[in-house]
Design a protein around this ligand. Structure first.
Ligand SMILES: Cc1ncc(COP(=O)(O)O)c(C=O)c1O
Length: 481
């Protein structure tokens, strides 16, 4: 490391802003409670220093991701067995590309698809690419915790009754907070009308490896599901798995070949193979240990007066992933954003913060000593309690689903212009627009912007909430009419 820092002072590194920032960051890095799940390569094999040599191409003896017949095929087959699918496709552009592939493989232009409004933005990419038409469903809202949870089975049933020709649904399991929807019930309801269940399991690649974790989408009857190995397993960023059932293999293979690079990184693919083997061999034992340490950590944090949202339960939530540590710091009279900063000062980097909470990603690469350091940092956090504690005001989040004028694909294809948000009434939204967090769009591409929505966005913004889809000078993208 010292040698790197010497070089950093040299001219050449100063001409590489990205490289020099990375070197600087890793030399002072806070303890990572965020992705990637390998946490600085803690569990990687001894061959790690030889990684540059393994950055190869389709030389004889290696294989071709576009049409695998050798080692990639074997590694994918082993992954399918380990995760309980009929076929697994390696992805080198994250779950984002897997979500695009499963939607393109499942839906034709004009097909109706149930989409919870709290879906990740890649799902909107999937709507554009497939040409499918969304039937949006609002997830439930927990007013006490100011938290958007999941769509209920009842809401899915009602949407299907109104739209009996629905081709399928895309749903997230678990979400960023580790909350899982009632997937088995939703699968049963969809099955009655022959609609497919596609699951964004970006945060759930570890679920299949321990019985005390929520069941993985594969066990809940999903037709296709996508997992970011890099989020919760010891794998490199961008590495992910797409799992499919037998009847969709041929179509998924066709789309996968179109959507993946013809020069996929062997390093990413190798880390997918590594992460699978690691979980298969040691996952149960290491998760056992992790769950024990997290449970003891929660006990310690509770003693410090922190709310770990333990035993969180709501009818629309099947269960919470116990490996996801969510700290509600609103009782300390601080926001999650402030809490995140305080933890950083104490040497810990969380994955995410919202107005009330901090989210920490814990994986089998975390050891007891790391949690001890976290407890110490939280002691410091608890000392930062404000005198006047009290819950922050809830965000004003409407349950309305705006009128859809154009499909996401039509809106994507049309010309756009930038206009001030406050003048956008009556225009068609050009890009996802909403509050972050929670990251749920108030308006989706193709939807009619109304005055109530504009007022809501501006009011929340004036209270400190951030908007996404907003450009400089409060401009937003709308469709040219
Ligand atoms: C719920 C969810 N789905 C999908 C994705 C996309 O995953 P990736 O970053 O692997 O492309 C993310 C990324 O954070 C996510 O949070």
């Amino acid at each position: 490391m010292a040698a790197h820092l010497d070089l950093l002072n040299g001219d050449i590194f100063m001409k590489m802003p990205l490289v020099s920032k990375l070197i600087e960051y890793i030399s002072n890095q806070p303890l990572p409670f965020h992705m990637p799940g390998h946490k600085g390569g803690r569990l990687f094999p001894d061959e790690l220093p030889r990684l540059p040599l393994m950055d190869l191409t389709e030389v004889p003896g290696l294989d071709n991701l576009q049409a695998p017949s050798g080692v990639i095929r074997q590694a994918q087959q082993l992954a399918a067995e380990a995760f309980g699918s009929d076929a697994c496709f390696f992805l080198v552009n994250g779950s984002t590309s897997g979500i695009h592939i499963m939607m393109m493989a499942s839906f034709l232009p004009g097909d109706k698809v149930l989409i919870p409004r709290n879906s990740h933005k890649s799902v909107w990419g999937g709507l554009v690419l497939s040409g499918a038409n969304p039937v949006y469903i609002q997830p439930k809202y927990d007013k006490d915790r100011d938290l958007i949870t999941h769509v209920s089975p009842k809401a899915v049933k009602q949407a299907l009754e109104k739209n009996p020709d629905t081709a399928g649904m895309v749903i997230t399991n678990p979400d960023y907070y580790g909350l899982c929807p009632q997937l088995v019930k939703i699968h049963r309801i969809l099955g009655k009308s022959g609609a497919r269940l596609l699951v964004d399991e970006a945060h759930g690649a570890h679920l299949a490896f321990h019985p005390d974790l929520p069941p993985s989408a594969g066990r809940c009857g999903a037709d296709m599901w996508v997992q970011s190995a890099h989020k919760t397993l010891p794998a490199f960023t961008q590495s992910a798995y797409l799992h499919v059932r037998k009847q969709y293999v041929a179509r998924a293979a066709q789309v996968h070949a179109v959507m993946q690079s013809t020069s996929p990184s062997y390093l990413l693919m190798a880390s997918l193979d590594w992460a699978r083997a690691c979980m298969q061999e040691k996952g149960r034992e290491k998760l056992d240990r992790l769950l024990g340490i997290i449970s003891r950590t929660r006990e310690e944090l509770k003693k410090l007066g922190l709310d770990c949202m333990e035993n969180y339960s709501r009818p629309e939530v099947f269960m919470a992933d116990p490996t996801r540590l969510v700290l509600d710091v609103s009782g300390l009279g601080i926001t999650g954003f402030e809490g995140e900063k305080i933890l950083r000062q104490a040497g810990i980097q969380a994955e995410m913060a919202d107005s009330r909470r901090l989210v920490l990603i814990c994986t089998i690469a975390d050891e007891k000593e790391h949690f001890d350091k976290l407890i110490e940092a939280c002691r410091f956090l608890a000392q930062n309690k404000r005198k006047k504690s009290g819950k922050p005001a809830n965000l004003t989040i409407s349950r309305e689903i705006p009128k859809q004028i154009l499909s996401p694909r039509e809106a994507f294809e049309r010309d756009k212009e930038l206009i001030p948000l406050k003048e956008a009434k009556g225009r068609i939204c050009g890009e996802l627009l909403g509050l972050y967090p929670p990251g749920i769009p108030r308006f989706c591409p193709g939807e009619l912007i109304d005055s109530q929505g504009i007022e809501e966005l501006m009011e929340n913004q004036s209270r400190g909430a951030e908007l996404f889809g907003i450009k400089e000078n409060q401009m937003i993208s709308v469709v040219v009419e």
